[in-house]
Design a binder for this molecule. Structure first.
Ligand code: SAM
Length: 212
């Protein structure tokens, strides 16, 4: 999945990954992160997830990274907020009260540009990446968020039935990506109603990653 793959999807409006409502695992398990109001969550590969305005409405601050400027433009437009847009060395920053979204490649984002992160919420980010990129992503994410705890939401399904993304992520794969830095606890698992993309039976899984 190169950048063009994602830019084309946003250009053509092929957004099957966009839930358009708050993710059920986030809503049910955000408490596991034990955040206080005002603390700041980082959403890697954030798209225009409705989770962002929801987190803001719950009193958290939000930072995100997203390749597509279309996504970020739509996010603010759908929130009914006019962002302040500035350029950092490698990213364009869309900012408004309590929220900063960095437009560009997450792999070119640094801890100093991201700023304070109290927790990470990864939904449809790890699962969006092909196998060869996942360990690099996990290491980079930990670096730019200084090993902040994570709420990770993944899918598991028979990868022989459907190609990703989203890719099926086994528990072993999560351990392989994150196990050197985090203790991993499964919080919940639930069937994806109607299967993934209506093609394959799948389970959605929420995990808490606590720094070792
Ligand atoms: C599967 S979507 C998930 C979006 C969002 N997390 C959600 O739950 O709706 C993956 C997103 O990651 C973005 N993306 C892919 N590679 C990226 C990268 N290297 N840096 C930043 N964003 C990236 C894509 O443009 C896409 O919006």
């Amino acid at each position: 999945m190169d950048a063009k793959f994602w830019h084309d999807r946003w250009q053509e409006g092929r957004l099957g990954f966009h839930e358009g409502k708050v993710n059920r695992m986030l809503e049910a398990h955000i408490g596991a992160l034990k955040l206080a109001p005002g603390q700041r969550m980082f959403l890697p590969l954030c798209g225009k997830a409705v989770d962002i305005p929801w987190l803001l409405s719950q009193g958290y601050q939000v930072a995100g990274a997203e390749l597509s400027e279309i996504a970020v433009h739509d996010l603010f437009s759908e929130m009914g907020v006019t962002p302040e847009v500035t350029d950092t060395e490698r990213h364009r920053r869309y900012a408004a009260e309590g929220v900063d979204i960095f437009v560009g490649d997450i792999f070119e984002l640094s801890a100093s540009v991201v700023g304070q992160v109290d927790a990470v919420y990864d939904r449809a980010a790890l699962v969006a990446l092909p196998g060869e990129t996942r360990t690099e992503y996990a290491a980079h994410l930990a670096e730019i968020t200084r090993c902040a705890p994570q709420l990770l939401v993944t899918f598991e399904y028979d990868q022989n039935v459907m190609e990703g993304p989203p890719f099926s992520i086994t528990q072993d794969e999560v351990e392989c990506c994150h196990g050197a830095r985090f203790a991993i606890k499964v919080l919940a698992e639930a069937v994806v109603p109607g299967g993934l993309k209506g093609i394959v039976p799948a389970r959605e899984k929420a995990m808490l990653l606590q720094p070792l």
